[in-house]
Design a protein around this ligand. Structure first.
Ligand SMILES: C[S@@+](CC[C@H](N)C(=O)[O-])C[C@H]1O[C@@H](n2cnc3c(N)ncnc32)[C@H](O)[C@@H]1O
Length: 280
């Protein structure tokens, strides 16, 4: 809070507290962008691999380690799971990571499985050699803030007539750049969901603080739209949970969301976990 006071709810819906929550998000995005421009070690985990190699000895947490509680993994790891699920699209598969460069992760797929891939990150930190390798893999790094229209335009241009088959969002500390506003976050989810093609997979991470919305929302999807195969589990991490869903054939054009009365009610009750107060 700019005023130094604790907000009455972590999710203010209107008035000064909400404006302050949005201003904080803008400031945090500018700060993170500046930090990433000047410091290549802003995050512990950045440009992580998809699969856990060598029995998990690598320093950075693989995407597989994050999503393992949601997905029945075999020896061939997360890429193996995705490749089996999308076998019929082999060679035409499009992957988008929201909140990360995704360069390393995309190299874990079998050669020829992907058509193209991209990662959206605040700053493109690659050197020339990394850029050349990405070009050879038809991988694009889109630099920009996911909340900005400018970034939406870049994503649209990259995607063209294609649809996304696999969408991954695991921002970790990057989550603190998001406004503490469930409606804005739901809007972002919707914006990316509509890019998914039929049979597309969505793997996402959310701070525990949002579980007061995400749990009833996933329960609603499980009850009313079982074909989404929606799942919600705590991640093996102190601050985050993970969600999975598929955009099944015949799924609604827009992702069904919690009704606004429930969002208001839950926002007023708040959440016991003060994620946005954690600085790192
Ligand atoms: C901790 S790193 C995680 C990177 C990657 N997902 C991984 O797991 O290796 C956080 C990422 O979120 C990105 N990020 C944070 N806020 C963002 C925003 N508003 N728009 C786009 N990317 C954002 C950062 O630029 C960074 O790439």
């Amino acid at each position: 809070m700019n005023s130094g006071e604790r907000p009455s709810t972590p999710f203010p819906q209107r008035g000064r507290e909400r404006r302050e929550a949005l201003d904080e998000s803008k400031k945090r995005i500018l700060d993170l962008t500046e930090k990433e421009r000047t410091d290549a070690t802003t995050y512990d985990t950045y440009d992580a691999p998809m699969n856990t190699k060598d029995g998990g000895s690598e320093k950075m947490t693989s995407f597989e380690a994050t999503f393992t509680r949601l997905i029945p993994l075999e020896k061939d790891g997360l890429t193996g799971f995705i490749e089996r699920r999308l076998e019929s699209k082999r060679g035409g598969v499009v992957v988008l990571e929201v909140g990360g460069p995704a360069s390393q992760a995309m190299r874990d797929f079998s050669p020829g499985f992907l058509k193209k891939s991209a990662g959206i990150t605040l700053v493109d930190q690659r050197d020339d050699k990394q850029r050349d390798t990405d070009v050879a893999h038809n991988h694009t790094v889109i630099a920009g803030d996911i909340l900005s229209k400018d970034t939406d335009g870049k994503v649209e241009k990259w995607l063209g007539e294609d649809r996304v088959d696999v969408m991954i969002q695991r921002m970790y500390a990057g989550w603190q750049s998001m406004p503490r506003d469930p409606n804005i976050i739901a809007g972002e989810l919707q914006k990316y969901y509509v890019l998914l093609g039929e049979g597309g997979l969505f793997l996402g991470q959310v701070p525990h603080e949002l579980s007061v919305f995400v749990r009833p929302w996933v329960n609603m999807l499980q009850r009313e739209y079982p074909d989404y195969q929606a799942k919600f589990e705590p991640e093996d991490h102190p601050y985050y949970d993970v969600i999975f869903l598929t955009r099944y054939k015949g799924a609604p054009k827009n992702l069904p969301m919690l009704d606004s009365a429930t969002v208001k009610e839950v926002s007023a009750q708040g959440s016991t976990v003060g994620y946005w107060e954690i600085q790192e």
